[in-house]
Design a protein around this ligand. Structure first.
Ligand SMILES: NC(=O)c1ccc[n+]([C@@H]2O[C@H](COP(=O)([O-])OP(=O)(O)OC[C@H]3O[C@@H](n4cnc5c(N)ncnc54)[C@H](O)[C@@H]3O)[C@@H](O)[C@H]2O)c1
Length: 248
């Protein structure tokens, strides 16, 4: 088991990639806080993990709200005495062409991806520094590197996460805390439109050399790698698990 007795927080773990990561971490022996703003889905994922013999708790939290994040981390720390691994996975899209995008759509996406990741980082970092151990994992996207039509807010947020990853890695390296980012591509509700809408489907698949979407379970092992001791000497890096979409 690669994560035996580690304590992990996975945000946005109620479905999709986050749910796959929470389950994979539990199978590797970690205690997992399944954090989501939908408590029903978080409860379901935690129940699935516990039914399999793993250890999970569901926590309701909107990562964009600092007080909720602090309360969530306090709850996890109280139950399991520390946080070893943080996965900043929670994310949303608010798609619109840039001339039509509202200020609210712009703010909402930045609030979840950037402010949410920052809130969670600050809430766990002091404990990690104290114990001289931590794994911070951010989730970025091909959109952050290549840009994408109709998602200037999402592309900006995901590019910002690349900067956060590198700054986190540089600042925290001396405390034995690593920070890395994963750029995934997977079949989840977030990507439903491009996978099912005739206008986008073939065009997108043509851009993926492996010719198919991944399942969240195929992405999760990369998250295990960055959470485990196997990546102890890797920090500030971005790993694309995207079927080759960003080969250039
Ligand atoms: N699916 C892909 O192909 C893909 C590609 C690149 C990047 N990503 C990124 O991967 C991450 C997960 O994506 P997914 O496809 O699994 O998405 P998803 O929509 O299937 O799941 C996202 C989860 O995050 C939760 N969430 C949303 N806002 C939240 C908030 N403010 N606080 C707490 N929880 C919140 C949702 O309730 C949901 O359970 C996101 O950061 C996304 O941007 C996904």
């Amino acid at each position: 088991m690669q994560l035996k007795d580690r304590v992990a927080i996975v945000t946005g773990a109620g479905q999709g990639i986050g749910a796959g990561v929470a389950k994979a971490y539990a199978r590797e022996g970690a205690r997992v806080a399944v954090v989501d703003m939908s408590i029903e889905s978080a409860n379901q994922v935690a129940a699935d993990i516990n039914a399999e013999g793993g250890r999970a708790m569901a926590v309701l939290c909107n990562v964009a709200e600092r007080e909720q994040v602090n309360a969530m981390v306090a709850q996890v720390t109280q139950a399991w005495s520390r946080v070893d691994i943080l996965v900043n996975n929670a994310g949303i899209t608010r798609t619109a062409m840039l001339h039509k995008m509202t200020a609210q759509q712009w703010q909402d996406v930045l609030a979840v991806h950037l402010t949410g990741s920052f809130n969670c980082l600050q809430a766990v970092v002091d404990g990690m520094i104290e114990r001289r151990y931590g794994r911070i994992i951010y989730v970025t996207s091909a959109a952050g590197v290549l840009g994408t039509i109709g998602q200037i807010n999402y592309s900006a947020a995901k590019a910002g996460i690349l900067g956060m990853t590198k700054s986190t890695a540089k600042e925290l390296a001396r405390h034995n805390i690593t920070a890395n980012a994963i750029a995934p591509g997977a079949a989840t509700p977030m990507t439903e439109t491009i996978r099912t809408d005739e206008r986008f489907r073939e065009k997108y698949l043509d851009r993926i050399p492996l010719g198919r979407w991944a399942e969240p379970e195929e992405i999760a092992p990369v998250f295990v790698f960055f959470a485990s001791d196997a990546s102890a000497y890797v920090t500030g890096q971005v790993l694309a698990a995207d079927g080759g979409m960003t080969i250039h």
